[in-house]
Design a binder for this molecule. Structure first.
Ligand SMILES: Cc1ncc(COP(=O)(O)O)c(C=O)c1O
Length: 361
């Protein structure tokens, strides 16, 4: 059996530890999972209703083209339907981009550390992943530009970046786009876009008109609280969407997800509520970490990367035994850090108290 040689060297993507698994392993009944940047407030009740209604038609394939949801997204952002593509999570759009653009011998430029699926999918396609270290926790866009060569097909900018929560400003992103060769695709992954509140965080939609080599990725998994349904989307020129559609699986966005996402998009009040709560939660963590004298990266997402000064895996394990799930920074390129998703006020408090005991401050 001769699998692609590059597969053997790839790490298998490690998701946050599932609640059920921790319950079983540690014989616990109460678990707080702040490990996968999910929405601690759940989904909009309107989206849940729509999901239930859609279950009446489970025997029928969904609309493969996802027209109604794409139309709703297009109206929401004032773009054309042909500029929207749906994915089984934005994960799948990352995969589709790699399938469309990357070949053996080509390369793709990304930050390091960043969201791991860019590299995993690029390597599967046989392309070289050129990783450019973050500078003080932020994408070093100038250094990334310098690594682009004639074999570069795709460049990834994760903004805000996972796992650091840091961001590049509107000015930085635009200046980068001006300099990237027009035949190189720029992927702006904005999975946490709705959480960002910095005044100079980019409003990227208008950039689509100016830069036909740009694709923006967003998702219903984060602030919209629909992670279980797997639904994300890409916004780009019609040409990019048309090309990417060639590699899309026939019914990639399922019926329940398409219905729930439409209702979720309509409930912007819920989005604003979650955004505000998240901001308060970040402040709660900042205050506690300042008191403990722990370094952290101020975040524009719904998670925070904090330096405990101890091996991340040990902190992760100690928290796990108490029923608190986080992500160790060790596998994320930050050996003494943990990444914590912002939870409810009560969940955050429990996490802070547990951390205080572990770091002894
Ligand atoms: C930066 C980033 N992009 C994409 C994704 C994938 O999200 P989904 O496939 O659930 O839309 C995630 C999930 O954590 C992420 O952090």
């Amino acid at each position: 059996m001769r699998a692609k040689s590059q597969i053997a060297g790839l790490p298998v993507y490690q998701p946050g530890k599932p609640i059920e698994e921790v319950k079983r392993e540690f014989n616990l009944t109460e678990i707080i999972k702040l490990a996968s940047n999910e929405n601690p407030f759940g989904s909009s009740p309107k989206a849940v209703e729509a999901a239930k209604d859609a279950c009446v038609n489970l025997a029928i394939y969904p609309d493969g083209a996802g027209f109604e949801l794409r139309q709703k997204i297009a109206q929401f952002y004032d773009v054309e339907v042909g500029q929207v593509i749906l994915g089984n999570g934005s994960d799948e759009i990352v995969q589709m981009i790699c399938r469309t653009y990357l070949t053996p011998g080509s390369n793709t430029v990304m930050a390091e550390p960043t969201f791991p699926m860019y590299k995993i999918n690029a390597v599967i396609e046989g392309a070289d992943a050129i990783e450019v270290p973050l500078k003080e926790g932020v994408h070093d866009l100038d250094a990334m530009l310098q690594r682009i060569d004639s074999n570069t097909k795709v460049v990834w900018v994760c903004n805000p970046n996972n796992p650091s929560g840091t961001y590049n400003s509107a000015e930085e992103v635009e200046s980068f786009l001006q300099k990237v060769p027009s035949d190189v695709l720029v992927v702006l992954d904005e999975a946490y876009y709705e959480y960002a509140y910095a005044k100079d965080y980019p409003e990227s939609l208008p950039l689509l008109e100016k830069y036909p080599n740009l694709i923006i990725l967003r998702t219903f998994s984060k602030i919209y609280g629909l992670a279980a349904l797997r639904i994300g989307y890409g916004l780009a020129s019609k040409e990019i969407i048309h090309l990417t559609n060639h590699v899309r699986e026939p019914f990639n966005a399922n019926r329940v997800a398409q219905s729930a996402a439409q209702a979720a998009l309509d409930d912007q009040e819920y989005v604003q509520y979650c955004k505000e709560k998240n901001r308060q939660g970040l402040e709660q963590f900042y205050k506690a970490f300042d008191q403990m004298n722990l370094f952290y990266y101020p975040s524009q997402g719904n998670f925070i990367l904090v330096d405990t000064g101890l091996p991340g895996n040990d902190v992760f394990q100690t928290l796990l035994r108490q029923g608190l799930i986080v992500r160790s920074g060790q596998a994320l390129g930050f050996p003494t850090f943990v990444r914590i998703t912002v939870g409810t006020e009560e969940q955050n408090e429990k996490m802070i108290q547990a951390l205080r005991k572990i770091v002894g401050r």
